[in-house]
Design a protein around this ligand. Structure first.
Ligand code: FPP
Length: 238
């Protein structure tokens, strides 16, 4: 009998290629990011329809601050626009929004919008939508180590008891399962400091599609590719 095909519960996406999409059309890079928002909306709707439990996307990395000021400001404006125009609809659709990353570095107005959106949607369970914003996994791990060290310094526990589970518990999100599938669009084959810890056993799919062209069909094809993979988590089937 054929084994039932397992869908991923948690899909994470590195949304790459907005700039090139715009360049190919002779448009400013920000136009590519605007179309990236459209692709993101389509993807959230598709993940709800496909009954995935968690979608995590890389919205802005700690390294993205090094882009020209105009682009950084444009991305911040787009993030505010997204929070303003989309949160109510996400809430109505039963989406719980969570944002991971360093909030101290974000404009206070955007930070406030994020705090309010998280509060508003906290009890929703149709889909958990995690946006990594001002996020880098090395920074996330360093933060976890700092938090653990502070507890050790207070004498709360012996350093000998520090385990992988304990580190996991001190990451931004301790209560969600790791991603089963990580998709990167835009043709590059790397993780770029995204969910390095959490991707230990994730299946990775790299697509040439530029993010603004991403849609439900491409997501479905990636899920089918995931279902063809043999996930062993380091074990051998009996
Ligand atoms: C990568 O394209 C994409 C980003 C740096 C940002 C992703 C942002 C969005 C999809 C819109 C904003 C969404 C939220 C929720 C804030 P790139 O500029 O690196 O493209 P390139 O590699 O072709 O230059």
């Amino acid at each position: 009998m054929e084994e039932e095909k397992k869908s991923p519960k948690h899909v994470a996406i590195i949304m790459d290629g907005n700039g090139r999409w715009a360049k190919e059309r002779g448009l400013p890079r920000l136009k590519g990011h605007e179309q990236g928002i459209e692709a993101l909306r389509r993807t959230v709707r598709a993940t709800i329809d496909l009954k995935l439990e968690i979608l995590t996307v890389f919205g802005f990395s700690t390294e993205n601050w090094n882009r020209p000021t105009r682009e950084v400001n444009g991305l911040m404006r787009l993030a505010k626009y997204f929070m303003k125009t989309d949160v109510d609809e996400l809430h109505r659709a039963g989406v719980r929004l969570r944002v991971i990353g360093n909030r101290d570095g974000i404009d206070p107005k955007l930070r406030h919008m994020i705090d309010e959106a998280e509060k508003l949607t906290a009890d929703n369970r149709q889909l958990t939508f995690v946006v990594a914003f001002n996020y880098g996994c090395r920074q996330e791990i360093a933060r976890a180590v700092r938090r653990i060290a502070e507890k050790v310094a207070k004498g709360l526990f012996d350093p000998k008891t520090i385990s992988a589970e304990m580190v996991q518990q001190h990451l931004y999100i301790a209560d969600l399962p790791d991603p089963d599938l990580i998709i990167r669009t835009g043709g590059e084959i790397r993780l770029s400091n995204f969910l390095l810890w959490q991707s230990a056993y994730a299946e990775l799919i790299f697509l040439d599609t530029l993010w603004p062209d991403f849609d439900r069909n491409i997501l479905q094809q990636a899920i089918e590719e995931f279902q063809r993979r043999d996930r062993r988590f380091g074990c051998v089937k009996a």
